[in-house]
Design a protein around this ligand. Sequence first.
Ligand SMILES: [Zn+2]
Length: 143
Amino acid sequence: MHVEPTDRFRVIIRMMSSNKPKQLLDRLLKLQLLESDEAALDETAENQIQKQIAEVRLQIPLPMLNHYDRLVARGKKGVAAVRHQTCTGCHVQVTRAMVMNLMHGDDIQVCENCGRYLYLSETDASASPKKRKPGIENLPHAA
Ligand SMILES: [Zn+2]
């Protein structure tokens, strides 16, 4: 199966956008949600949705949007959650480094197997080993 050259792709996104990767992913997710709801609505509501879709699309860098559209054109979802370190789009395990990156939210992650954009599911996000109880570092030091 052909997989996009994701590294080059990430660099393009970084160059093109001053937005935080997390915000961009949120927009992609919103777009996916809007586009999946579209079919079930009457005409007036559909026009509203179309307007929202157009607005969200304007806020997403073109390379990212193109990649998303290619996935959708193949009948896939463009964005998939990572649950238990596994891509819910193709059920293949993702690397630990990818999960860490998702936790930090400072990079766009694409599944190496299916090419979907990845975001961390609630369960995995709250299981972050990075979270520590605050206050330990604030203990007074003996002078
Ligand atoms: Zn996948």
